[in-house]
Design a protein around this ligand. Sequence first.
Ligand code: ZN
Length: 660
Amino acid sequence: MLLAARVGPPLSAAGGDGDSAYGSVWPEMVAGRAVGRAVGGAHAPPPTKLSGAMASPDTTAQQPDDPEVADVAWDLEPLARGEGETGVRGQLEEATERAQAFAARHAGKVAELDAAGLRAAMEELAAITELFGRAGSYASLRFAVDTADPARGALLQLVQERGTAIQTALLFFELEWAALDDERAEALLADPGLAFCAHHLRSERRYRPYLLSEPEEKILSEKAISARSAWTRLFAELMSATKVALPDEAEPVALEQALARLSGPDREQRRAAAEAVTEALEPGIRTRASIFNTLLHDKAVDDRLRGYPHWLSARNLANEASDESVEALVGAVRARYDIPQRWYRLKARLLGVERLADYDRAATVADADERFAWGDARALVLDAYGAFSPDLGALARRFFDERWIDAPVRPGKRGGAFCSYTVPSAHPYVLLNWTSRRRDVLTLAHELGHGVHAALAAPQGVFHQSTPLTLAETASVFGEALVFGRLLEAAGTPASRLALLAEAIEGAIATVFRQTAMHHFEQLVHTARREEGELSVERFGALWSETQEELFGDAVEVTEGYRSWWSYIPHFVNSPGYVYAYAYGQLLALSVYQRYRDEGAGFVPHYLRLLSAGGSMAPEQLGALVGIDLADPGFWDSGLALVEQQLLAAEQAARDAGRA
Ligand SMILES: [Zn+2]
């Protein structure tokens, strides 16, 4: 699945708002290749954005007037070895030929390989992956900065087609590898020559009990195009066609534009926007409920055929997360819904309303946003990284000095921000849409965190460079926290402290608490569909309200219209069970940061060892490198305590500012 994963957009995103189709609601958290981990032999799609390649309205509206940033463009030639598109096409040809040759040599004979033979085979697979990864990274990164150029789109399309062909040709290998009995596999993996891929090979075998025969897998995989994929695509098409009639706009607008209104300062406008969204969701809701029902059933059938014990098993397995740790996470977060509720009560006072309604949650509480010059932001971020560790600071500096960053907003450029790992023999790249806001400084810190993680783990090679999904945000959230601390120190007034803390708390609510409430909704609908049969629109609405009202308590009024808002969320349709990973990753990362605060400088070498280990070990072992025990149910509380501290600081700043 390594190759397939490389075909998708190499996205990881800005923590708070950058890469999101829905304002701060959907921080993506997937770093590079971690995106496409296999689920039970099938390819798991990453959550997709409805806005596709469009730059978000938020970023295009604010053209930067910072001349320095205009020249910050990346150089992709190292990926093409200086030969441009011709070189990339050559790499694709070579990867395809070598994949076919590999299949001709090894198909049906994987069980016969001895340790030396397996090593040679894995080295060849690594080389094919590198070749294809270079070409794929070049094509998708070149496309990202100019999505309107047909030539760039055509090359990306070619990459995707070749990727599918290569993946199909190589499918046999992981199936045959998984079919080996445990004793034989362990005997092979004990050979030190296989250290570069041992964890990967061992971990691929975790699907073993759930894999079907090769012909069955082929049928499922081919039929998925006209089944599951067709339904998710229909959902995406229906949602893209959904237009919202806002009272003050002559033409109906896209859903994400209407949802962006919810962060505006005027309550009447927010209420009107929310009502318009509800109205726009009404037509077609039965159709979307029908799609959702079909996919819930499709997953139930898959799980039954494969023998997964419950609806979340496949996802947990893909995330290398134990059922116990996920249950502990969800339990710990649900037990602290008092944190968002207390924030919403403070927010009501800040906004001068008695109680928030659902459409008030995203409203801005900041008076004015500070502006940052690109040069000052670079200095601030490098200083924060360098003060933590000079080595990390020097590595971060290379992103600027060696043109690994593309920063300015340009027409046709993809919105948001991401870091692409590319391949271990090259180096990572960072895409930004710099608009000089404070949020952009934190996004820069976030993406550089992904970047240094990728660069430090590159010596692990293609099989072990990227971490499991649940650890993919560790370095980015950590880097963001370092810079956040600097900004907080520098904030001169209670009002600016409050604005900064508000952003952090709302980020945590969006990533940790809201995603957990959504996960709870998914839990209820998957279970209900299996126990009760097809679910009505009303039943979906009732389960949605139940889980959201639990989150809000009496701090937020849930309006009648909000009952249908489950029906636009793409993750539920595209990637069942996915959303808890946001909460998992964020809280884990915050806990790592908390350890640094507790231990100080002594923590630094442990942290660097964690980043350098990439994905060469299981999550539990990686956690142990920095003294974290993921199996401890109390573990999640330390990350939650950090959010609570920010809440207390925000309450203090609000009092100091005379606003509460
Ligand atoms: Zn990220």
